[in-house]
Write a protein that binds this ligand. Structure first.
Ligand SMILES: NC(=O)c1ccc[n+]([C@@H]2O[C@H](COP(=O)([O-])OP(=O)(O)OC[C@H]3O[C@@H](n4cnc5c(N)ncnc54)[C@H](OP(=O)(O)O)[C@@H]3O)[C@@H](O)[C@H]2O)c1
Length: 300
């Protein structure tokens, strides 16, 4: 007999396979996947599906017939096309969830079209790497139908937090988190290359960064960065200009270093524009000061 939950994936990559592996571990097996190559996928993918107890289906129509919950886990660039591709086969009983890191604007756009057809579109975002978390990956979801989704998938130990708001709301949280996580990763990459190029300096540089990161709690670091940068932006410009010329001279294109220098310049200009700059003393004041940095006409 079929269970009440019949879960289907559009796309069968890392996310679909990790969620399937986790669900298999908790004994859930009603899983389906549609790949854009239909059933003409590689033998390797067919074997992976078999091992994970996932039935590959050849058409989108078949996926909608087999499943009541559909996760789009393809990629952001095709999120719109895959949604509109499967739309004619959906009914109002289906819960269609875009789990891609698609922009809030695109998710809103798709949701509006679904809504006009009386179909359910749920904006879901994956908040951790899948191979580690599998089906227990923290998911934030928004849009009508998100509550129902969380309720239905709770017995499978899926970790869905519903937030108020229309589709696009969950995605905006993911985008802002990505700004930080991806920014940190790319800054680390630029630092890593420069440190490696410095030869013997590598261990000293990384050791010093490690010491700071390992011994400073995040809230302390955040407070120090937010307040310290407002206070010392002038002095830090000098330091970053030196860093910028050093990195350039070493033959690298200093992407992140240049961005740091640019932002420090903007912060310093905003300070100079105030008659008498008072160091922000709490988070509200810091927000108000920095918000102006990003919205001042001359900085746009
Ligand atoms: N992996 C993570 O830990 C993670 C974390 C957070 C968010 N995400 C997001 O989750 C989504 C899926 O990520 P992933 O890591 O699973 O990516 P992936 O490993 O590249 O898998 C994507 C799957 O979608 C297929 N696909 C591509 N275009 C398609 C189309 N037009 N129609 C149907 N299927 C199509 C791919 O086919 P091929 O066989 O041709 O590649 C592949 O099977 C992405 O939007 C990603 O940003 C992933």
């Amino acid at each position: 007999m079929k269970s009440e939950i019949r879960l289907g994936f559009i796309g069968f990559g890392e996310v679909a396979q990790s969620i399937s592996a986790g669900l298999m571990e908790v004994g859930f097996g009603d899983l389906f996947a549609y790949h854009y190559r239909g059933l003409h996928v590689s033998t390797k993918l067919q074997e992976q599906a078999k091992e994970l107890g996932v039935r590959l289906v050849g058409t989108q129509n078949e996926l909608t017939k087999e499943c009541n919950i559909i996760f789009n886990v393809t990629r952001t660039s095709v999120a719109r096309d895959t949604a509109f591709g499967i739309m004619p086969f959906l009914t109002k009983e289906h819960l269609y969830v875009d789990l891609n890191s698609t922009s809030p604007l695109v998710k809103r756009e798709i949701a509006e079209v679904f809504d006009k057809q009386g179909l359910v579109f749920i904006d879901g975002v994956l908040m951790a790497p899948l191979p580690l978390t599998k089906h227990r990956v923290p998911i934030i979801a928004s849009g009508a139908g998100a509550d129902r989704l969380a309720e239905i998938l709770k017995p499978l130990e899926m970790n869905i937090e519903v937030i108020e708001g229309s589709p696009g709301t969950a995605s905006s949280i993911k985008m802002i988190r990505s700004m930080f996580m991806k920014g940190l990763a790319t800054l680390l990459i630029e630092t890593f290359v420069a440190a490696k190029q410095s030869g013997d300096g590598y261990e000293k540089i990384m050791g010093s960064i490690r010491q700071t990161m390992d011994t400073t709690p995040f809230d302390t670091l955040m407070e120090r960065f937010l307040t310290g940068t407002a206070k010392h932006s002038g002095r830090r410009i000098g330091e970053m200009e030196s860093a910028l010329s050093y990195v350039s001279e070493s033959g690298m294109v200093p992407v992140m270093t240049k961005a740091t220098n640019d932002l420090l310049q903007m912060i310093s200009t905003a300070k100079d524009a105030q008659d008498s700059f008072l160091l922000p003393s709490n988070q509200d004041e810091l927000y108000s000061f920095y918000k102006n940095v990003f919205t001042e006409e001359e900085n746009r």
